[in-house]
Design a protein around this ligand. Structure first.
Ligand code: C2E
Ligand code: MG
Ligand code: MG
Ligand code: MG
Length: 284
């Protein structure tokens, strides 16, 4: 190291960069190993209809579970896997598992409705996306009517014209489309009406602010936009009954959050669906 000659700041900068690069490489290697050895599992978070109080579907959320049982949330590996491209393979593992689980639950009469799977920008932009999704549906036997895909504003605003075309192809298959984390990105209203969406998911940040008058106004605005475009609304991250009450008063159709349940393993989800009551605080 000659860095010291150049001053402490340089040394610090170098060390930080090195630490980051090492961590990135470690995560990348772990992901590779996880894909090979099947460490990626799907957890499911229930979505509740406000009008019936019943389970109307769930969101599939990926978890990395090491052989020692350590459960890793996607925040640590999804961003890196987006960069390395590994998110495509992870996403397909999740889609395949989610479709297979849902097919089983529908066949056994346990579930109806839809399973929602998050689609990364990398996946969305694959030239053979439609073919890949069709193959997974064929392979698992799930009807496209029981599948919903969640995409973010960032994914579709990159190349809106192309996105509109891909979205139409997905809709033509019978798949439903939701805009995830709505309001946090920078999608323009003029495009929003051209996107063939079914649902807007109101980001947790707005739900957190539902108690303030500005927060309420924002949510009201989002719900009004959704109504005008004939889209349904889902509130993300509902944690308290006060938030539930406020969201319901404002006319939000579907509620999702820790108030009802954290994301559950497939076994726990089956139990939740059978009992239609939260098995709370079991998984994260
Ligand atoms: P997201 O799609 O917006 O998912 C919602 C996140 O909010 C999940 O975090 C969920 O566990 C969390 N959440 C739900 N209700 C509550 C609540 O009441 N309170 C709080 N504090 N959090 C709540 P998770 O599972 O850690 O996932 C984080 C993000 O990682 C997801 O955000 C999504 O962008 C991404 N992700 C997860 N699974 C996948 C996947 O299979 N593929 C891709 N491409 N991305 C995924
Ligand atoms: Mg999502
Ligand atoms: Mg979301
Ligand atoms: Mg969110």
């Amino acid at each position: 190291y000659h860095a010291k000659e150049k001053g402490n700041r340089y040394l610090f900068f170098n060390k930080e960069m090195n630490k980051q690069a090492v961590k990135r490489l470690q995560v990348e290697n772990l992901i590779r190993q996880g894909l090979k050895e099947d460490y990626f599992h799907v957890y499911y978070q229930p979505k509740m209809s406000f009008s019936t109080g019943k389970l109307v579907g769930m969101e599939a959320l990926v978890r990395f579970i090491s052989p020692s049982g350590t459960l890793v949330s996607p925040g640590t590996f999804i961003p890196i896997s987006e960069e390395t491209g590994q998110v495509v393979e992870i996403g397909e593992v999740v889609l395949r598992k989610a479709c297979a689980d849902m097919k089983r639950w529908i066949d056994s009469g346990l579930m109806s409705g839809r399973v929602a799977v998050n689609l990364s920008a990398r996946q969305f932009n694959l030239p053979n996306l439609i073919h890949r999704i069709e193959s997974i549906l064929l392979e698992t036997g799930l009807s496209p009517n029981n599948l919903e895909l969640e995409i973010t504003e960032g994914t579709v605003m990159d190349d809106p014209q192309h996105a509109i075309q891909v979205m139409h192809e997905l809709r033509a298959l019978g798949i439903q489309l939701a805009m995830d984390d709505f309001g946090t990105g920078y999608s323009s209203l003029s495009y929003l009406r051209k996107f063939p969406l079914n649902t807007l998911k109101i980001d947790k940040a707005f739900v957190d602010d539902a108690g303030t008058s500005v927060g309420r106004a924002m949510i009201d605005t989002i719900i009004t936009i959704a109504r005008n475009l004939s889209l349904s609304t889902v509130a993300e991250g509902v944690e308290t009954s006060t938030q539930e009450k406020l969201m319901a008063e404002m006319g939000c159709d579907v509620l999702q959050g820790y108030l009802y349940s954290k994301p559950l393993s497939s076994k726990e989800l089956a139990h939740f669906a059978a009992n239609q009551q939260p098995v709370l605080k079991k998984a994260q």
